[in-house]
Design a binder for this molecule. Sequence first.
Ligand SMILES: [Ca+2]
Length: 194
Amino acid sequence: MQKMVNKAKILAGGALTAGLMALSTSATAAPVLGAQLYWAGGDITITVQPATAGYVSELKLFSADPDIFLALNTAVGTTVTLDAATIDMGHDIGDELVFGIFVQNTGDTFLMGPGSRNADGLIHAAINDLGGGVLRVGFEDIRGGGDLDYDDNVFDFRGGVRTGTVPEPGSLALVGLALLGAGWASRRRVRTAA
Ligand SMILES: [Ca+2]
């Protein structure tokens, strides 16, 4: 999606581009509950952000076997690298990377993605696409969902990772139409030139 929008920025001019950018920004500015992460190839870096948890949790990659410990939520400011070779052992590019937290105090594990993955049936993580290649993932660390503001544990993901989040249907259709229009315009220019 990001690539398509970039392409549109180059191809489409003026007000249309401004409109597109506003649309794509507004579509990704809020945390998306239950959103998922996918491997885009390459290393991934994860930085522990300040958060509100009273518990100590371990961020792990659970779609690896055995799961891979990455960081404690209490290690604020720490950046860890999940290197491509390690990811590649259990994943192909495009595969979902299922991260989650193991809460040391309670023994609970909560995974990103749909609530059906968790013992309480609830969504425990949200992704906020901050732009600039930063995907901010926030977790709720209490069984039953706690206060559902997804700020108990917060981690910023960068590098070879993307989110499955798509713009809302309305803005997606508009982006598609704009791309179609931009494609037509560029083809016509090529034809005229030839
Ligand atoms: Ca909370």
